[in-house]
Design a protein around this ligand. Structure first.
Ligand code: ADP
Length: 520
């Protein structure tokens, strides 16, 4: 114990471990498989860096991005630890030198891109080395349900197996229950010890604004926050350039960033942002992974993100120093439709997956339930919104929202889920309640159920909102295996036996937004 702390101080200069770091480190040092879920900025890297230093041999760190690897290798070298990376940027002679150093036992951490790890010549070489353990960073890349799916990640486990009986530590900052299960299955780590921290970022303020007169809104926001550091995410490269230019013309210190620029321009703009030469970076989502700038004061989504997971990750770059960060998203349903159109040529399952993620996104935006509660629910975390209400740390808790007594509506929803044997998703449940006569309803004979059509006087959008909130307030749960399927929770069963007064809130009305291009 003491030894570990001494090392922490000696090498990194820190006095104490943060959150789960110490138990995680002890677990991997005990040779046990370890699964770490910690939000961005919580200090995941330490969880494998310190054990790598302490354990004899070389730890392999699998990491998806070359920039990320380079960053970490530089940081480790700066504190006197021999860390290296193996990826496609190295020349033959550099690789030969590296291999020698590893085989001589000089290297404590070897960062490897998944593409390099799976190369036969590298596997052969690693077999000869003394490997202490394998760390899989950004482990959500394994899952098609994550926001950064990388097919090569699915081959990692079989390669590690070839290197011997190595303990594995998998780490991610984002894992919905579904993604978590995918990771565990793929790495055959169902039995691994799980260390999951809360995803609540108390210092982040979340707000969704209608995407209307957006440029006016942007200028106003920028004036109010002049000189502060912030990121504006746009969907397309074209938009990135347009908005960066628009801000520059209006006297703001902004630079664009996207994968279409030459690497030197990208590095320059990123460094200017990190070094405070530039206040605002306007970027596609290509920007940000591994960026450790503590004082980002705002993250703005000019366009709707493709998933809540991505959204959480991107907003997570604000306020890493613990001071307040504002996360503002501009929303219009036409953005959701645009994204759906992008997906139209994709394979069927991918298209369906994307559609579910987008539905979640639009529900999030339109709902008046505490943003924090919604985001955390998405990550499988139950959250009482009392604190958010008190402090007004999201728009829905800060501003008045319209409540209504929902006891009967909740009861109807739970009845519909029960009567259809907990085998269907939101859309079907709403159809049953509203008495729609479609082919599914008929083939399952759901038009014969007592609950069928009992809610026909209310609109479809109303019922969708009720069902969503019934989920958010945990009367229902999601089936992890069958995506989209709703089931009853204990709370729901109890409610059905003995219903009680419960208030739900009316969704935001975004319908007056121009469905065409954004104005401004
Ligand atoms: P993550 O990968 O979870 O996003 P990082 O590993 O980049 O987070 O760590 C975030 C920051 O926290 C880094 O600047 C890191 O040096 C710092 N940090 C990590 N562990 C500690 C600690 N025990 N005490 C103080 N700072 C720490």
């Amino acid at each position: 114990m003491e030894e570990l702390r001494k090392k922490l101080k000696e090498v990194f200069g820190y006095d104490t471990f943060r959150g789960n770091q110490e138990p995680v480190i002890n677990n991997i040092l005990a040779g046990k498989n370890t699964f770490v879920i910690m939000p961005t900025g919580a200090g995941k890297s330490m969880c494998y860096q310190l054990p790598a230093i302490v354990r004899p041999g070389t730890a392999i760190v699998i990491s998806p991005l070359i920039a990320l690897m380079k960053n970490q290798v530089d940081q480790m070298n700066a504190v006197g630890i021999n860390a290296r990376f193996l990826n496609s940027t190295l020349t033959k002679s550099q690789i030969n030198k590296l291999k020698k150093a590893v085989l001589a036992g000089e290297v404590k951490l070897l960062y490897v891109a998944p593409e390099s790890l799976t190369k036969e010549e590298n596997v052969d070489f690693l077999k000869q080395a003394n490997i202490s353990f394998a760390a899989i960073d950004e482990a959500h890349c394994i899952s098609e349900w994550g926001h950064d799916f990388r097919p090569e990640y699915r081959r990692i486990k079989s390669i590690i197996d070839q290197l011997g009986d190595l303990p594995i530590i998998a780490l991610t900052a984002t894992a919905t229950p579904k993604v978590q299960l995918d990771i565990q299955r793929n790495l055959q780590m169902e039995e691994a010890d799980l260390f999951k921290s809360s995803f609540n970022r108390e210092n982040l303020y979340y707000e969704v604004r209608p995407k209307k007169s957006i440029k006016k809104q942007l200028i106003k926001f920028m004036r109010e926050n002049k000189g502060k550091s912030g990121i504006i995410y746009c969907l397309s490269r074209k938009k990135v350039e347009e908005i960066a230019n628009f801000l520059q013309v209006n006297g703001f210190n902004a630079k664009p960033y996207h994968a279409g620029f030459d690497p030197d321009v990208r590095v320059k703009n990123q460094d200017d942002f990190l070094n405070e030469e530039v206040d605002i970076i306007v970027a596609t989502i290509a920007f940000g992974m591994g960026i450790d700038k503590p004082d980002v004061r705002f993250v703005i989504h000019y366009d709707v993100p493709k998933s809540l997971e991505g959204y959480y990750q991107e907003t997570g770059r604000a306020g890493r120093d613990g001071q307040k960060g504002q996360c503002i998203m501009f929303y219009s349903y036409s953005d959701i439709m645009k994204l759906e159109k992008f997906n139209k040529d994709k394979p069927v399952t991918e298209k369906e997956n994307s559609k579910i993620l987008l539905d979640e996104m639009s529900f999030y935006a339109e709902s008046t339930v505490c943003r924090r509660k919604q985001l955390l629910h998405y990550f499988g975390e139950e959250h009482d919104d009392a604190v958010c209400r008190e402090t007004g740390m999201c728009d829905n808790c800060k501003f008045e929202r319209e409540e209504y007594e929902a006891q009967d509506y909740i009861k109807t929803t739970i009845q519909a889920v029960t009567e259809t044997d907990e085998r269907f998703g939101l859309g079907h449940i709403v159809n049953v309640i509203r008495g729609s006569q479609n082919q599914y309803i008929k083939s399952y004979k759901h038009n014969k159920l007592p609950v069928f059509g009992t809610g026909k006087t209310e609109e479809e959008s109303f019922w969708k909102s009720v069902v969503r909130q019934t989920l958010l307030y945990e009367f229902l749960t999601k089936d992890i295996e069958n995506v989209g399927v709703l089931k009853l929770s204990q709370k729901g069963k109890d409610f059905l036996k003995k219903p009680y007064s419960f208030k739900l809130t009316k969704d935001h009305d975004f319908s007056d937004i121009d469905l065409g291009e954004d104005d401004g």
